[in-house]
Each structure stands twice: as C-alpha cells, then as structure tokens.
Design a protein around this ligand. Structure first.
Ligand code: SAH
Length: 215
C-alpha cells in the first residue's frame, strides 16, 4: 500500500472504531503521524498501535488519541493544556482545533524535538514547555481544557484547580503496570463530575525533570 492509501485506510479505521466527529477526523487527516516517528517506526505510523519514541516513551495509539480529542469537546476559542508532549502528535492535532495549546514535557530532548516539528509543520499556536507538568502551568492558567497523556494515580489537585468552571479534563488514572481507566472530569459550579471512558494503557506521570544523558 502506498502512504496515501495507508492514510486513507487509517481514517476509515478510526471511523470504524466509532470516531464520528468530523472535525477530529479532519484534524487527524491533516496531521501525518509518520513525521512524529523515527527510523523503522515511520513505516508503521498508520497502524493503530502505540509505538516507541526517544527517551523510552511512546506515541499514543491513534484511536485513543482520537477518542480523547473528541471527548474534550473542543471549540476554536479554547486554550488547552497538555501534560506529556512526547512526540508532539497529540498536541499537533489539538493545535488544528483550538486557539492555543500549551504542552509540557519532562524530557528536554523530546520537548526540543517537538518544538522543531511544530515549526516545520507551521503550527504557530503550540508552545512547548520543558518541565514537570504534574503541577500544571500556573502562569497560563486557567485553561478551558486539560489533557494528560501520562497516567496519574489520582487527578492531580493542582491541575483541577487550573481548569475554568465548565472546563473538561481528560486523563488516564491508575498504576502504570495495571489497567488504567480513562477519566473525563467536568468542573461544575459545585464540584466535579467524573465519567469513566474505558480501559487504556499509558506511561506513568512522573515528578521532576528527567535527567537524560546529554547527546
Ligand atoms: N502525547 C504524546 C504521548 C506521550 S507519552 C504523543 O502524542 O506522542 C507521555 C509523555 O508524558 C512522555 O513523553 C513522558 O516523558 C511525559 N511525562 C510523564 N510525566 C510527566 C510530567 N510530570 N510532566 C511532563 N511530562 C511528563
């Protein structure tokens, strides 16, 4: 199959997995996943699987990316915070759907690579912040939407506090080596509503900046 055919199949597959939101599908169609992968993994970019990226991390499974993006109920006017930039794939998709994206990554090398990619792809509304996102990003708060792409044991209180009233936060909750649950949190006037979206598997949310060897 040519790359073009693979990309067409990819969108049809997402539809078959129940992703019907036309804007989400269009954003995913406009975002080539192979660009976010290295070496041999580029050839597998249009398989519906998580794949390895640098620093021992993973790019998420496309159908899970699509599901999380749809569940965020995005609007063009939104300011969104993502914790866990990784390859930058999810942030690139978000950037096509909202006004502003801030994405935080604890591996400086990944943050730098993602920033270069966003420049190459002309995605001018994404800001990459190298650092520990477990505390959120107080200087840009509050956010309309918050997305964690690393699993926390509980929804971090600091992040919930940085959500606007009516805002939505999506995150995987659970220990890294067990089954995690994707949770949707809606901030109401009186508290929070929690909706379980199903089982997922993500790398853990770790505290502090990663100490990577200098390369
Ligand atoms: N959204 C990514 C998936 C990344 S995997 C993509 O589309 O490719 C999760 C990422 O979360 C990893 O890169 C990991 O380093 C990062 N991470 C884990 N804990 C973090 C923290 N406290 N702050 C920022 N990033 C974190």
């Amino acid at each position: 199959m040519t790359l073009e055919e693979q990309r067409l199949q990819f969108i049809l597959h997402l539809r078959s997995k129940g992703i019907t939101d036309a804007r989400v599908l269009a954003a995913m169609e406009a975002t080539p996943r192979d660009v976010f992968l290295d070496g041999v993994f580029k050839e597998r970019a249009y398989e519906d699987r998580p794949l390895p990226i640098a620093c021992g991390q993973t790019i998420s499974q496309p159908s899970v990316v699509a599901r999380m993006t749809a569940e965020l109920e995005l609007d063009k006017r939104h300011k969104v915070l993502e914790i866990g930039t990784g390859s930058g794939y999810q942030a690139a998709i978000l950037s096509r759907l909202v006004r502003r994206v801030y994405t935080v990554e604890r591996h400086t090398g990944l943050a730098r690579a993602a920033r270069d990619l966003f420049r190459r792809l002309d995605l001018a509304n994404v800001t990459v912040i190298p650092g520990d996102g477990s505390q959120g990003l107080a200087e840009q708060a509050p956010f309309d939407r918050i997305l964690l792409t690393a699993a926390a044991e509980d929804p971090p209180a600091n992040l919930l506090a940085q959500l606007k009233p009516g805002g939505i936060m999506i995150l995987p909750v659970g220990q890294s080596d067990t089954v995690q649950n994707l949770i949707k949190v809606v901030k109401t006037d009186t508290g929070y509503d929690y909706i379980e979206l199903g089982e997922v598997r993500f790398v853990p949310l770790l505290e502090g900046i990663a100490k990577d060897p200098i390369i």
